[in-house]
Design a protein around this ligand. Structure first.
Ligand code: VJV
Ligand code: CA
Ligand code: ZN
Length: 396
């Protein structure tokens, strides 16, 4: 009965949606913050609003060993493929000698079906990238991807395989320059590191930054990659470090100031946007005051640039709010966010999990009292100033 919302294909451009229903079967552990089930909850909202009628929907393939080793080392991928699942995580904080490739601790546990889970996440992002390369999609969505911390030969922060790096490598076969934007509350360190020495990828991460208390502790404002004369990638890594409690108004105005300058100087031929939803208010790990409105305004801004766009998932630890954000951002992609009713459709599976029956709850409904905002306007002006100075070194 999704037709009741009158959602049809967008005019003049095409959106593809890449989803693998088997990802949700995987569990990091009972109380681990990462819950693959949030993808099912997202899909359920997307479908109950009838958004599937406006997109080409694909069941994502699993990535092959050869695809995974386009970025990761063979020994790391071999180990991931063959290691036995561990019933209880090891104590990483005590440097357990059995930990190889940073696997098996509490952040990156060795759960049942881990290799399949990783290949599904990577497969959905690679499928999305290929649709952008073949011009069959103008916007491609892969909510199962976005695992930005994984390194060439190491797992990190709930991430094992860096599907984003794999997808960007695919885009680089066709597009001369890719702009990577990361609105997850954590620093996109794995993607930044992978492209530090090339001027064909510019990385920009917005994140909470506190080197002593907040993971991963990197991503300071003046960290713009190795500045040597021989490094073409110098000045192509941008970091936007923020404090607790940033609001929608501040975040979206900062986003537009930063990204408009990047687009003007770097002139990307494709954009890869990591939409981590842990930057939303009320997230179990996040610390910001963002609503779906502010978070999705970043997606809307990117869409309006009319540059081929991939949207990835990422963090997000309060599943009902993750599903709200990613469903609403799917609506932004198909140009229907102003038209869909805010009331969650009656027939939505797991409707009771959303607590409030609205897609766009207020900050009071989410938090009671908003978190204290520790981002003075001067800090935000200084950030834009620094970005502008870095971009003087960039021209295409
Ligand atoms: O802060 C850390 C690292 C420690 C060592 C491991 N202990 C458990 C926590 C402190 C230094 N890790 C972060 C990783 C955040 C990853 C974010 C990923 C993304 O959103 O950017 C992209 C998908 C961290 N913060 C919170 C936790 N770990 C955490 C892990 C748990 C947990 C509670 C909190 C693991 C297991 C269980 N509870 C049961
Ligand atoms: Ca980020
Ligand atoms: Zn995160």
């Amino acid at each position: 009965m999704a037709h009741e919302y009158g959602i049809t294909k967008p005019k003049g451009y095409n959106v593809t949606f890449h989803y693998n229903p088997n990802m949700e079967r995987h569990h990091f552990g009972q109380t681990h913050p990462m819950k693959p089930w949030r993808l099912t909850l997202t899909k359920s909202l997307v479908t109950s609003y009838g958004m599937n009628f406006a997109m080409d929907n694909y069941t994502a393939r699993t990535a092959t060993y050869e695809e995974l080793t386009n970025f990761h080392t063979n020994d790391y991928v071999d180990f991931l493929a063959t290691v036995a699942p561990q019933p209880t995580p090891l104590d990483v904080d005590n440097m357990h000698p059995d930990l190889k490739f940073n696997l098996g601790g509490s952040d990156c546990p060795l759960f049942e079906g881990l290799y399949d889970y990783c290949s599904m996440s990577a497969g959905s992002s690679l499928d999305a990238a290929r649709k952008i390369c073949s011009k069959q999609a103008d916007i491609a969505i892969a909510w199962g991807g976005g695992l930005h911390h994984a390194k060439k030969s190491e797992a990190s922060g709930f991430c094992y395989i860096n599907d984003i790096v794999l997808a960007i490598l695919q885009l680089l076969r066709v597009y001369p320059r890719v702009l990577y934007i990361d609105i997850d509350v954590h620093h996109g360190d794995g993607v930044e590191e992978a492209f530090l020495s090339t001027d064909r990828v510019m990385t920009v991460s917005f994140h909470k930054y506190d080197p002593n208390t907040f993971f991963p502790g990197t991503g300071a404002l003046d960290d713009n990659g190795p500045k040597s004369e021989h490094n073409p990638g110098a000045h192509h890594a941008l970091n936007i470090p923020l404090n607790d409690g940033i609001t929608d108004e501040q975040y979206s105005s900062l986003f537009e100031s930063v990204i408009s300058r990047c687009v003007e100087k770097f002139r990307p031929s494709a954009i890869a946007l990591q939409c981590g939803a842990d930057s939303l208010a009320g997230d179990r790990l996040g610390k910001f005051n963002l609503l779906v409105e502010g978070h999705s305004s970043c997606v809307d801004y990117c869409k309006k640039l009319n540059i081929p766009l991939i949207m990835f998932g990422g963090g997000g630890y309060t599943p009902r709010n993750v599903a709200r954000a990613w469903a609403y951002e799917t609506a932004v992609a198909i140009g229907q966010h102003k038209n869909i009713p805010h009331k969650i459709p009656e027939h939505t599976p797991w409707r009771e999990r959303f607590r409030q029956d609205t897609l766009l709850p207020t900050i009071e409904q989410i938090l009671g009292e908003p978190r204290q905002n520790r981002n003075p306007e001067k800090k935000l002006r200084d950030i834009v100033q620094h970005v502008t100075e870095q971009l003087r070194f960039v021209s295409h």
